[in-house]
Design a protein around this ligand. Structure first.
Ligand SMILES: [Fe+2]
Length: 205
């Protein structure tokens, strides 16, 4: 008998459409958040969807390895195929790989990654669970680009006490919209590994 948790996980992974339409409508349009000062000024040579490993380096990134899955939707529940998705975040030591933030500390962390959503709008990144840095709750920056739409936002960690004090997260007045940016990072219930899984489904207006 498959557990409710596993079933929920498989639904999210499979992107079953009937579930997705209800979900997109319920979640509402994903609220935008500022780009912030650390969007890459120069893209790393290796800027694929695995931020935990840099081509040519021997080690892998410090931090809690996280598989971030998601599906991009329009508000009517239809998937956004072929969307470009970018993420960027600080390394496990709280430093962005950006000249304005000292260029980063962990040489094995890619700092920025990009991918293209498949025909059903699905995407995946391998990254680390975000950590806090002074003045901010842990977050991952995310940007979705299509030929006609652009969404820039930030994803937060469910249960993190610093969320209460984060000025950017709390600048979203609508409770449901604010909550839609806060996701769980949990141990993978399917794979027997120490990696975490998280889901974020951006909804475009
Ligand atoms: Fe940030």
């Amino acid at each position: 008998m498959i557990s409710v948790k596993k079933r929920h996980f498989l639904y999210q992974l499979g992107g079953l459409t009937f579930y997705s339409i209800a979900n997109a409508a319920r979640a509402g349009i994903t609220p935008p958040q500022s780009l912030g000062p650390f969007y890459p000024s120069r893209f790393p040579l290796d800027s694929d969807s695995d931020l935990t490993f840099i081509e040519g380096e021997k080690g892998s990134a410090a931090g809690q390895i996280t598989n971030l899955y998601g599906q991009v939707f329009y508000i009517d529940g239809s998937p956004v195929s072929g969307a470009k998705i970018e993420i960027w975040q600080c390394d496990a030591y709280g430093a962005y790989h950006h000249p304005r933030d000292g260029g980063g500390i962990d040489p094995n962390f890619q700092g920025y990654g990009k991918t293209i959503a498949d025909d059903e709008g699905r995407y995946r990144f391998k990254t680390i669970k975000p950590v806090a840095y002074p003045g901010r709750a842990p977050h991952i920056h995310l940007r979705v680009l299509t030929s006609s739409k652009e969404l820039t936002t930030q994803i937060y960690v469910q249960g993190n006490p610093e969320n209460q004090n984060d000025f950017l997260l709390n600048s979203i007045a609508d409770k449901r919209a604010r909550r839609s940016l806060v996701i769980s990072f949990e141990k993978d219930p399917i794979e027997d590994s120490n990696e975490l899984v998280a889901f974020f489904n951006p909804v475009l207006g």
